[in-house]
Ligand binder design. Sequence first.
Ligand SMILES: Cc1cc2nc3c(=O)[nH]c(=O)nc-3n(C[C@H](O)[C@H](O)[C@H](O)COP(=O)(O)O)c2cc1C
Length: 403
Amino acid sequence: MLTTLIYRSLVNPELQQASIHQLVQDALCKNNANHVTGILLFDGAEFFQVLEGEEAVINALFSRIRADLRHNSVVLLMQDYSAYRRFHDTGMRLFDAGSRTVESILAEIRNLSHFRGCYLQDERIFRLASTFLAQRGLHAVPPEFNASRWRREGREHFTLSQWPDLIVEKPCQFALQPIVEALTGKVSSWEALIRSPSGESPARMFESVPADRLYHFDLETKAHAFALGNRMLKNNEKLSVNLLPGVLSSIPGAVDTLVKQIGAAGLRPEQIIIEVTETEAITDQDAFYQALKALRIAGTGLAIDDFGSGYSGLALLARFQPDKIKIDMALIEGIHLSGVKQAIVRSIARCCEELGITVVAEGVETMEEWCWLESIGIHLFQGYFFSRPILNDVGNIQWPVRI
Ligand SMILES: Cc1cc2nc3c(=O)[nH]c(=O)nc-3n(C[C@H](O)[C@H](O)[C@H](O)COP(=O)(O)O)c2cc1C
């Protein structure tokens, strides 16, 4: 199937201008042989390449290009099927954006290409090229957030060996995972993640609960999480707990129950963050939003969990602005390699900045992901890179430190 792939990358500073012409000559020969077409923009600091060809050929070529040491930070901008080739007689054409005007380059691309019967301004390839030329130099991660300049250092937070009475014969248990402020080395909050009595996943835990008891069960278990919080919270740390939205929309007085549980555990509402994921369509929207208001009045923090997945989306945000938004891990995974995820996460971060909402990136697993996120101004993180959830314990947290 005919595929178009577009990426941008940073030119390796050691690469000489003459070597770029050699690179283009070699690539042109190979592309002609493999029936690959496209263009390469180069501005002295960045490459932007459009590649067209059979899917398997393009995938194999992109793997080789990605591993090529003549450039780095290769970020995929588009990979999609096409009805026809836009550059069907062009195996490879280099445009040197450092020595020409943007208009002249775009005019030449327009002449060279075959954008069939549509307005050029609607053509995604052309728009991506225009954006690249307009935003030259804006994409580079600042050198201080180059992953090779950082390493991780494990530090013990504390161990919780002293709480057996809390975990024996309870209907559920909790694994704890920190939400960290990576650069200051502070824990912002602890998320108490529900586990079955024998420590299995939330899915296994909820499987054993009859459907008509699910929301009541979820509400009741919070009392155990708050009791845990009472034993472990230090300084200004907070405890985050997940709540099924159905608890709020279908149990009358659910917020009062939560407030009583918090008080009974010896905690203050300000120490608690209620995380809501819209994992299911909310049937009684008004009751749900009423309950969110009641939580506000009670003084707990509120977070939208898994933002960007399922129902946890913009419609919820338009109606209700929480203190925190936790960006779903699907948007975070491999973000340093994906121009699409970068554009989405950057705009969520910008939107939250404008609305005064704190952003947490969930599911951070690598130094490269963290560096990219930190470089755009996200400062709170959760994920295996810092600490896995640990059943009834806290353990070590891995902190990034400068080399
Ligand atoms: C910015 C850039 C663009 C490239 N474009 C192509 C290309 O269009 N076609 C190609 O065959 N190789 C291209 N290469 C070179 C490949 O990375 C790789 O060196 C080449 O495919 C030869 O791989 P091989 O020696 O394993 O066959 C490019 C490299 C860079 C750095």
